[in-house]
Write a protein that binds this ligand. Structure first.
Ligand SMILES: [Zn+2]
Length: 271
């Protein structure tokens, strides 16, 4: 299931430059060296060509999978233990402990000038099922379309651990029931004793630095807090670009709650 389970495959991928490790500042580090205590490093696998087709359009995308090295190490240790005990049936449990983020690159990062970037939080109900309770699905497709059509190119960083603004899918399901009983999306989080927004963008910041260095870029988001979070992590050359899409009867109240909370768009964007 995991290429890293077989050390010879891992070595081969490192030799090919397809398994690398970056530090929190996006600098490439030795993938074979043990990171120092407290070091936050990310292992990155790719590029993996992905032929995407959404809504009848084709996109040429290079996919990179990214996981925190500490999480990968824990999984590797467990995998070794399971292999010794021939516990194959338990291997699927390993994946649960790892948030594997994705980077979808469109174009050649070496040639990018002021590219478009979307840091997209995973949303199973919106992105995969096509739910109209939120606008995540249309935002994802529109990001693909906008980056593909932009001469500067760019990338989508897909944050897999960000379901429900970081509270997880189970709690998100509970907030939907609370919302149907009259609460808005933020009140429902608070009723559950959870933060309004608990997303951690530090891995996204490291990946932006790896792919862009200090180049300026445009971030597709309506959420100034996302820009502030990236700036707090030293990402300064970022310009926010409004990204309102998929507005309909089923999500207008949700979007109004987001605007009241601080997202920036006008009445005309959601009417
Ligand atoms: Zn969503």
């Amino acid at each position: 299931m995991f290429t890293y389970i077989d050390p010879s495959v891992r070595e081969r991928l490192i030799d090919q430059g397809k398994l690398i490790r970056i530090d929190e500042f996006g600098a490439v580090t030795d993938p074979r060296a043990a990171p120092g205590p407290g070091a936050r490093t990310i292992s990155v696998l790719g590029p993996i060509p992905l032929p995407l087709e959404r809504h009848g359009r084709h996109y040429t995308v290079d996919w990179y999978a990214a996981v925190r090295h500490t999480e990968l190490n824990k999984a590797t240790e467990l995998a070794d233990a399971l292999r010794r005990r021939e516990g194959q049936g338990s291997f699927a449990l390993l994946a649960d402990s790892m948030a594997v983020n994705s980077v979808l690159v469109m174009g050649d990062p070496g040639k990018w000038k002021d590219p478009l970037v979307r840091v997209h939080s995973s949303c199973l109900t919106g992105d995969v099922f096509g739910s109209g309770r939120c606008e995540c699905g249309p935002q994802f497709i529109a990001a693909l379309e906008r980056i593909d059509a932009d001469p500067a190119g760019g990338m989508i960083i897909y944050m897999s651990g960000h379901e429900g603004r970081g509270i997880g899918l189970w709690a998100k399901a509970a907030t939907y029931l609370l919302q149907d009983a009259g609460e808005n999306t933020y009140q429902a989080n608070r009723t559950l004793g959870l933060p309004d927004d608990s997303r951690d963008f530090s891995d996204a910041a490291s990946l932006i630095r790896y792919f862009l260095g200090d180049k300026p870029f445009r971030l597709l988001t309506n959420n100034p807090k996302k820009v502030d979070d990236l700036r707090a992590m030293g990402i300064s050359n970022v310009t926010r670009v409004k990204h309102v899409c998929g507005v309909g009867e089923t999500n207008r109240g949700y979007l109004e709650a987001k605007r009241d909370w601080g997202h920036e768009f006008g009445d005309e964007d959601i009417s």
